[in-house]
Design a protein. Structure first.
Length: 200
């Protein structure tokens, strides 16, 4: 039972980093809609943010990433939280053991990208997402995962002020280490994202 409790705690405190790789690094021309493809990578670590429990029992993650896309180079920061399926639904990561993964659903994911060239920011919020993380080697990391996510552009600064749009993302990564509780994590991610953005 203790093993399962730690596994669930780890799952709830999990990983995800999709928003950290969404990017519009260069300004979009006013009144135009642009489709931008980008890729990014970075790290995540558990933080004292909990989107759905005031007692911080299922903490989110802080993400730190950088990447490049059709619009140039960018850095990104974000905070996100995923929770395991209530029925502990299983899944399979590519190249992994069949049904050795646990399925997760998005709780919340918000982020910001910063254009390296201009310093302009762009804001994002996810609307849906799922992930599959393989714990077959528990309690010994790494624990690989894959993910998909969709969301919206919620504004920005400078040339991105008033920006709107949508994005889709596919990612992968792994939890690399756990703290003594088994619920706080550190790991890496890499994502590919397609963003459609309009600036008024």
């Amino acid at each position: 039972m203790g093993h399962m409790r730690k596994l669930v705690a780890l799952c709830v405190g999990l990983m995800m980093i999709i928003i950290a790789s969404i990017a519009v690094a260069a300004p979009v021309e006013a009144g135009k809609t642009k489709v931008i493809k980008s890729k990014a990578s970075g790290t995540f670590v558990s933080t004292n943010v909990d989107f759905d429990h005031p007692d911080l029992s299922t903490t989110a993650n802080y993400t730190d990433g950088a990447g490049i896309g059709d619009a140039g180079k960018f850095t990104s920061r974000g905070s996100n939280e995923y929770a395991p399926d209530l029925n502990m639904k299983t899944c399979t990561i590519p190249g992994g053991v069949a049904n050795a993964g646990t399925e997760f659903t998005l709780v919340e994911d918000v982020g910001v990208t910063r254009s390296t060239a201009t310093g302009d920011l762009l804001f994002f919020r996810s609307t849906s997402g799922t992930a599959c993380q393989d714990f077959s080697t528990f309690p010994t990391p790494p624990f690989p995962f894959t993910s998909t996510e969709t969301g919206v552009v919620t504004g920005g600064t400078g040339a991105n002020f008033g920006a709107t749009g949508t994005y889709t993302s596919k990612g992968k990564g792994a939890t690399l280490s756990l703290d003594a509780t088994g619920a706080r994590t550190f790991g890496w991610f890499a994502n590919k994202v397609v963003t459609t953005v309009t600036v008024p």
